[in-house]
Design a protein around this ligand. Sequence first.
Ligand code: ZN
Length: 266
Amino acid sequence: MASEYKVREGIERSLIPAKETFFVPGYCFPCRRPTNFMVDFQHCFVDAEGQRTPNWRERMVCRCGLNNRMRASIHVLEENFNPQRNDPIYVTEQITPLFSWLKGKYPQVIGSEFLGDAIPYGSSDSRGVRNESLMRLSFPDASFKFILSFDVFEHVPDFQQGFRECYRCLKSGGILLFSVPFNLWDQKNTVRARFRTTGEIEHVLPPEYHGDPLNSEGCLSFYTFGWELIEIVRSIGFSDACALAFWSRHFGYLGQQQILFVAQKE
Ligand SMILES: [Zn+2]
């Protein structure tokens, strides 16, 4: 397996020219057509020698505006679960190209952002942005056939409560499709930060902030997950919880962190 990753890394490295922006030909699954994916060094990684590696997962942007991980999420959703146009779908983001794309194809989709106590949960602000917390979703039980959540659970201090809420809001047979920062080589979850009993945040590891469309400082990541996540998701009641790892030069799914999780409510 490690040698396969070396091969992939070699392919990826051969694609990097000494330019700030470059294009990698491939096929965009959501567009259903060949395209040139745009890559730059936004959120890139820099090694000890100063060599930059693009953040493949967040870049490889098609003309449709979708990056690598967004295109892959749509690919897995549509190829594996064949959603119908009017299926009730909830996605835990709203001010993103992914939400816009989903809304164009699946009119019943509901998106939201976490606005805190600025406005009541379940209501929308003047821009039409709906406020929801994964800790207590405002939706009735069994509301959705699909819940999609990409890179959000790591920001929920009590992520298990987040999974319980998704379980509650899914219909029987419903699917939760999600991604989180994941360490392929760890069994255990890593706690990066936690709340002290006094209410202040304790940083167990150097704080990691992820891009947030609503907050220029980014959003604190409380966890990097390991394989025990699958057992935790099953213990909440989901069946068939599993990880899907993928990589494709053709579809432009580069980078090692191409993992999506699927869990089904029986
Ligand atoms: Zn596209």
